[in-house]
Design a protein around this ligand. Structure first.
Ligand SMILES: Cc1cc2nc3c(=O)[nH]c(=O)nc-3n(C[C@H](O)[C@H](O)[C@H](O)COP(=O)(O)OP(=O)(O)OC[C@H]3O[C@@H](n4cnc5c(N)ncnc54)[C@H](O)[C@@H]3O)c2cc1C
Length: 475
């Protein structure tokens, strides 16, 4: 992703991609959020072609099963829920309706959720439907490489980095020595070496902030299976007694995985749990991936920018890692050094990146701490766990007065509401501006909106049919 963006958008710069055929990409990371559409748009990537190449499907949100309790499910849809007014968000109107005895679920007012649960999808003009993608991660990497290779200013060097040489005076990265003996020098190095973090970590010794006391999962087991039904237009996230499972439907297979904490579940039991809860025949051998949740203390250090897993990791509960990658790429392109490095640019990059990651970190922790579950040592741990002050404030603000206040261009406004309500947090009060509507008017307002959403969702084609005519993959 970084190489495509650099080659397509920054002219007069030679981009060298060093990649080892012996070290595969992590090969997971197959669910995205809607911001990827914008990234592709600025890179002039053709959507249908990309979906064909990656066996991709559309994603309208995530169905969270067994998260509030073992009998409950809710949907985090990508769209806007209901209609708000200048003073109060829609949840205030919904809440009063609920107090009046109207039986609507909050998600009934989200077109994406209603369409997803009917298995419907179509692209609608003017962002009438918000969507993201499910994609085959390995195929996506190959597709992006092919795009890079079309560009004259791009050079791919196959080989394993054996050593990173620093300059003696400034301690910046001077060059990379490959096992083949080849040396690669450069002005700016972007560390995309994944969890190995060869440049930002091993060479520059940039500290890693460990957040595993808040996000205790440290392991994943992934397995791909045959599809047993037409692809759903959403990701499934199923909570278990000691972790949670993802199901990501592609055109040609399903990606499955279990995320868990080795403190509460051993690898063998985890693998069995996953295999007991998949539908299709396995296509791959289950694969264990370990990780440590946290973030680099600096994402840009000297002449090295960490992008991807080298810069940190938050578990994929809300499919945010690829989004963080693209955010870092766009941020780097905005602050790209001209005529040498400037510390102010570096500081700005680090500060913005940190705000982004901390907000997503809080959003993920929310799922574990606002829940009725305490049915296993894993869930009991979360009932007693301390949480970041920033999250504590958000939860109290929503609980006591029903507000979600975002800072600057923070992601996820609607998502916070959907997840807080879905996990079982109902505000104690609604905003008094809602009382400007009589009970009859409010009931009509909600009823009409609900009916319109139902009609719009029903009128869409099935997800499967849409894929067939728009982007059927050859595989
Ligand atoms: C279990 C799990 C599930 C995930 N699910 C999601 C998801 O649903 N959605 C999402 O957005 N994100 C998800 N992610 C995160 C996502 O997978 C990563 O952010 C993304 O794949 C980027 O990885 P990367 O490029 O940083 O690292 P990698 O994919 O590990 O790539 C590292 C690259 O560095 C090269 N390399 C390493 N060492 C050397 C060396 N010595 N010499 C030369 N080259 C070298 C390798 O060849 C490789 O190309 C998930 C992650 C995990 C662990």
């Amino acid at each position: 992703m970084t190489a495509v963006a650099m080659t397509r958008l920054i002219k007069n710069t030679e981009v060298v991609l060093v990649e080892s055929d012996d070290i595969a990409t992590v090969g997971v990371g197959e669910a995205t959020i809607p911001t990827l559409e914008f990234f592709h748009e600025i890179l002039n990537i053709n959507e249908a072609e990309f979906l064909k190449a990656t066996g991709g499907t559309f994603k309208l949100g995530i169905n969270f099963e067994n998260w509030r309790n073992t009998q409950h499910q809710y949907f985090h849809g990508f769209g806007v829920t209901g209609k708000d007014c200048w003073a109060a968000d829609f949840q205030h109107f919904w809440l009063k309706g609920k107090q009046l005895g109207l039986k609507y679920e909050f998600g009934d007012f989200c077109l994406e959720r209603v369409a997803a649960l009917k298995g419907k999808f179509a692209r609608v003009q003017n962002k009438g439907i918000n969507y993201a993608y499910h994609l085959d991660a390995t195929a996506y990497a190959q597709y992006l490489r092919m795009l890079c290779e079309k560009n004259q200013s791009f050079r791919r060097v196959e080989g394993k980095i054996a050593e990173v040489t620093l300059t003696t005076n400034s301690g910046e990265i001077e060059s990379l020595a490959l096992e083949s003996g080849q040396n690669i020098s450069g002005d700016l190095f972007i560390d995309c070496t994944g969890q190995r973090a060869l440049l930002i970590g091993d060479a520059l010794k940039t500290p890693y902030k460990d957040w595993s006391h808040w996000l205790i999962n440290d392991s994943a087991i992934a397995v791909q299976t045959q599809s047993t039904e037409p692809p759903l237009p959403y990701t499934r996230s199923i909570a278990h007694a000691s972790g949670w499972q993802w199901k990501i439907p592609l055109q040609h297979r399903v990606g499955n995985g279990l995320i868990y904490s080795s403190r509460f579940l051993d690898d063998q039991a985890a693998e069995q749990l996953l295999l007991n809860n998949i539908e299709g025949k396995p296509l791959t051998t289950p694969r264990k991936i370990g990780f440590k949740t946290g973030s680099r203390s600096q994402h840009w250090n000297k002449n090295c920018v960490a992008i991807g897993l080298s810069s940190g990791f938050l578990e994929p509960l809300e499919s945010t890692s690829i989004h963080l990658i693209q955010q870092s790429i766009i941020r780097l392109l905005k602050l790209i050094p001209v005529n040498g490095l400037r510390q102010v640019d570096i500081d700005e990059f680090n500060q913005q990146t940190e705000v982004d990651i901390a907000s997503i970190r809080d959003f993920i922790i929310l799922h574990y701490v606002v829940t009725e579950r305490d049915d296993s040592p894993y869930w009991q741990y979360h009932t007693q766990m301390s949480i970041p002050e920033s999250l504590k404030h958000r939860i109290e603000l929503f609980k006591q007065s029903g507000h979600v206040c975002l800072k600057n261009d923070e992601l996820f406004e609607d998502s916070w509401m959907q997840v807080m309500i879905g996990q079982g947090l109902t505000p104690e009060n609604y905003h008094p501006i809602v009382d400007n509507m009589s009970a009859k008017e409010l009931s009509k307002f909600l009823g009409d909106m609900r009916e319109l959403i139902e009609q719009r969702a029903s009128s869409l084609p099935s997800h499967q049919d849409y894929i067939k005519q728009y982007c059927a993959s050859r595989s």
